[in-house]
Design a protein around this ligand. Structure first.
Ligand code: PLP
Length: 363
């Protein structure tokens, strides 16, 4: 077989997901591992979403609503956005991939923080476009550095608030100043996968900037605060002309029936959302306190995860492996360029205690 494949495909490194619990059970013979590696919701799915799924099961012989009418209406009403600005995706990954497919051609440039959520790079390279990396500055997005990288070839800029893996944010004021410098033809993507967890009131929020003349896209997901990672549903909010292009090229039924009804229900499950956010905030403070006693440096986070330095001659990969042996799955950040840091997401209180006990032993 002799496939004719564009050269730029060879640069794509496969996405490495967090290790599944079942794999750790098999490989390490551990009964009850805990997973704190993919920033999922430890409380499970929204109960209202589960109810909606039960009611929709009888309709599974039908195709989903290709237009996602109910879910789009719910998102629009909840956030005071026009339905024509919303595109649903099979996870927010789908929106990222669709934006790249519609907007990027070989040799176009995309500016993004280094490190970033790994799927941005995969999407950029799939289109033959060139990622232009701007290293974080003190773990924060370096907006001035990004502005300096703008060239006639720049098509898109990725920003992630709160940033994965650091959990840092951008203030509304800094974002305002930043977008004022961006030419209107460059699409500014603000990935807000963890926005529901933000406690800082001055955090930039894409929805506040939609009515400007800038091409701003906000990306949101039901995978994190709403507890629906396994269903795959997210959305993008963008100028209607761009939304129309994404609708033309997306799979007609890209969001399945159960995902649509569950996401609509989860949006109205304010009790579950509040419980989730409260848990994350309380547990972050609890964990920070223990890490301070252990004298382990960490980065204060506005998301549902945090980074902690393993330091003192240890590598993140070693600590990751040793935690795995105790049945605690976290993320080594070596592949993100931080070989001395692990990323841990907030679990239930007892899971966090188990992580802290295992961590203390390992270090
Ligand atoms: C920053 C960021 N964006 C997007 C995603 C993709 O989320 P999903 O495709 O589940 O909506 C993730 C998942 O971890 C993420 O961390």
């Amino acid at each position: 077989m002799k496939l004719k494949i564009p050269d730029y495909f060879s640069k794509i490194k496969p996405y490495v997901p967090g290790k599944p619990v079942e794999e750790v059970q098999r490989e390490y013979g551990i009964d009850n591992p805990i997973k704190l590696a993919s920033n999922e919701n430890p409380l499970g799915p929204s109960p209202m979403a589960v109810g909606a799924i039960r009611r929709a099961i009888a309709k599974l012989h039908r195709y989903p609503d290709a237009g996602g009418y109910e879910l789009i209406q719910s998102i629009a009403e909840k956030n005071n956005i026009a339905p024509e600005n919303i595109v649903l995706g099979n996870g927010s990954d789908d929106i990222i991939a669709l934006l790249a497919r519609v907007l990027l051609r070989p040799d176009d440039e995309v500016i993004l923080p280094q490190p970033s959520f790994l799927f941005y790079e995969i999407s950029i390279l799939t289109s033959g476009a060139i990622p232009v990396w701007v290293p974080l500055k003190s773990f924060e997005t370096n907006l001035a550095g990004m502005l300096r990288k703008i060239s006639p070839k720049t098509r898109m800029i990725f920003i992630n608030v709160p940033h994965n893996p650091t959990g840092t944010i951008i203030s509304r004021h800094d974002f305002e100043e930043f977008i004022a410098e961006i030419p209107p033809q460059i699409v500014i993507v603000l990935d807000e996968a963890y926005i529901e967890f933000v406690r800082e009131s001055n955090c930039a929020n894409s929805f506040e900037f939609l009515r400007t003349d800038k091409a701003i896209v906000g990306i949101r997901t039901f995978s994190k605060a709403f507890g629906l990672a396994g269903l795959r549903v997210g959305y993008g909010v963008m100028p209607s002309a761009l939304a129309e292009l994404l609708h033309r090229v997306r799979q007609p039924f890209n969001v399945n029936t159960l995902a649509q009804v569950a996401a609509s229900a989860a949006l109205n499950d304010t009790e579950f959302l509040q419980k989730t956010v409260d848990l994350v905030h309380n547990e972050l403070e609890f964990i920070y306190g223990v890490l301070e006693k252990l004298e382990m440096p960490y980065i204060r986070s506005q998301a549902n995860f945090f980074m902690v330095k393993v330091g003192d001659g240890r590598t993140a990969d070693e600590v990751f492996e040793n935690l795995l042996k105790q049945g605690v799955i976290v993320r080594s950040l070596t592949s993100y360029g931080y070989s001395e840091y692990i990323r841990v997401n907030i679990g239930k209180h007892e899971e966090n205690i188990r992580f802290l006990e295992a961590f203390e032993q390992v270090i």
